[in-house]
Design a protein around this ligand. Structure first.
Ligand SMILES: Cc1cc2nc3c(=O)[nH]c(=O)nc-3n(C[C@H](O)[C@H](O)[C@H](O)COP(=O)(O)OP(=O)(O)OC[C@H]3O[C@@H](n4cnc5c(N)ncnc54)[C@H](O)[C@@H]3O)c2cc1C
Length: 161
């Protein structure tokens, strides 16, 4: 372990997604004298196990905004830190299997619309056109959800500073 400074402005404890992101954003805002302490190694905690899905589907406005910010950030993060990251914009489908669920989708869809996110509620006919093998009674398509390597992302952004 390298020696630690005796004085610092910020100490971040834990080098998972949250800690690495905090450090990245502080550095991006021009903060210096920030130290990240990791007991094991970067991304050794939950972040190591994450599947890397980056959804933007949430019933909570704050979470949806956070997800929107994150998915926008990941699009440019590789070039910003001048290191390629795995980030695949795949889109995603969510199936409504009850009327109540469809109501929830409508609510979430209108929230997404107000944030400028691309959500669409599609008819079974539209779904059959897109995915001919699927039997449906109603569905929604989200063009933007994505997949990335959380560990890789953290390691890259954490190591930059
Ligand atoms: C199986 C699985 C799949 C998942 N899939 C997804 C997914 O697809 N998409 C998604 O967005 N989220 C997913 N998650 C959730 C996501 O992994 C977590 O929400 C996220 O990684 C939490 O990050 P964190 O930085 O808060 O915690 P952690 O990654 O756990 O980081 C905490 C860090 O703190 C360190 N630490 C602890 N105590 C100390 C100490 N005293 N001093 C110094 N360091 C310390 C640990 O070693 C660790 O590295 C998944 C989680 C799991 C378990």
């Amino acid at each position: 372990m390298s020696s630690l400074p005796s004085h610092t402005r910020v100490v971040i404890i834990g080098g998972g997604a949250a800690g690495a992101s905090t450090l990245f954003h502080l550095a991006r805002m021009g903060w210096t004298e920030c130290v990240l302490l990791e007991a094991n190694e970067l991304t050794a905690g939950s972040t190591w196990h994450a599947a890397g899905n980056c959804p933007n589907f949430s019933g909570n406005w704050t979470m949806m905004k956070l997800q929107q910010y994150s998915t926008q950030l990941y699009r440019s993060l590789g070039s910003e830190i001048d290191y390629p990251i795995n980030y695949h914009v795949t889109g995603a489908l969510r199936l409504a299997q009850s009327k109540d669920r469809m109501e929830e989708f409508k609510h979430i869809s209108s929230m997404a619309e107000s944030l400028g996110l691309e959500f669409e509620i599609q008819t079974p006919e539209q779904l059959r056109e897109r995915v001919p093998l699927m039997e449906t009674h109603g569905w929604r398509y989200r063009p933007r959800p994505t997949h990335t390597s959380l560990c890789e992302r953290c390691t890259r952004s954490g190591l930059q500073d």
